[in-house]
Write a protein that binds this ligand. Structure first.
Ligand code: AMP
Length: 114
């Protein structure tokens, strides 16, 4: 855990979040400022700053991550309609929280622009 990391503090239960799923070292919770009717963030409990730090995750965590993301999307009812999964790294991508997180968005036809 990184003491000054917002998402580590959510994992630890120190900051409230609307958690929708939790499994095998991963947590999914609703984005506080949703950009789609369904907008959930999926994070590893292990603190790594972005996708560029996935070497800091175990092989099991790396393997589990996409499975958990798709399972969360399915649990949100997005399997048939479709959904978008994105992650940001660094300033040009406007990453604002330096703990790897996957945006899972759906529930309506999304913008063609990323
Ligand atoms: P990014 O810009 O890719 O780093 O995304 C960070 C996301 O975290 C944004 O979509 C924010 O709305 C979201 N966010 C920030 N603080 C919280 C919070 N306390 N609970 C849930 N989501 C948050």
């Amino acid at each position: 855990m990184s003491e000054d990391c917002l998402f580590c503090r959510i994992v630890a239960g120190e900051i409230p979040a609307e958690i929708v799923a939790r499994r095998d070292g991963f947590v999914a919770f609703r984005d506080i400022d949703p950009k789609a009717p369904q907008h959930v963030l999926v994070i590893p409990e292990t603190h790594v700053p972005s996708i560029a730090g996935t070497d800091g995750l175990s092989a099991a965590e790396r393997a589990e991550m996409p499975l958990f993301i798709s399972e969360v999307a399915r649990s949100l009812g997005l399997q048939d309609g479709g959904y978008r999964v994105t992650t940001n790294h660094g300033a040009d991508a406007r990453q604002s929280v330096l703990h790897l997180h996957w945006h899972v968005m759906g529930g309506a036809e999304l913008s063609a622009s990323m």
